[in-house]
Design a protein. Structure first.
Length: 132
């Protein structure tokens, strides 16, 4: 049985369980670990509009360089936490991520922008509009 922090993603417990995630991170779980598809707990929290969890997860990363990479980390579909928050209209999360170094640039500029259900281009149109 392992005694140190797990190297598994917190993606499973994050779905609505703020206290569980806080406890795991407090015990040393690494919030930056992604699932096999590149999904991080931060991406899930941004998708679900969980502002408190977003702030806890970002705050749990001590290194500034790692924090910026975490905030801009994209999943296998090249979707970032900022894209998720913007596409669902979570402006408080968008502002928070931008204040902490999130960039508006897509991870791979040559990737085609795919429309979301709301008609925006991965939410970035509304994100740019909010910040303009």
């Amino acid at each position: 049985m392992a005694t140190g922090p797990s190297r598994r993603s917190l993606g499973g417990p994050i779905h609505g369980h703020v206290r569980v995630v806080k406890t795991l991170v407090g015990l040393g779980a690494d919030a930056t670990i992604a699932s096999g598809r590149g999904t991080t707990p931060l991406l899930v929290a941004c998708e679900q509009g969980m502002f408190e969890m977003v702030t806890d997860l970002v705050g749990s990363v001590s290194s500034e360089a790692t924090r910026v990479r975490y905030i801009d980390g994209a999943n296998s579909l090249m979707v970032t936490p900022l894209c998720k928050a913007a596409s669902f209209g979570f402006t408080e999360i968008v502002d928070y991520l931008l204040e902490r170094g999130a960039t508006l640039a897509r991870p791979r500029p040559h990737e085609r922008l795919r429309p979301t259900a709301g008609g925006e281009l991965d939410g970035m149109g509304s994100c740019v509009g909010m910040k303009g």
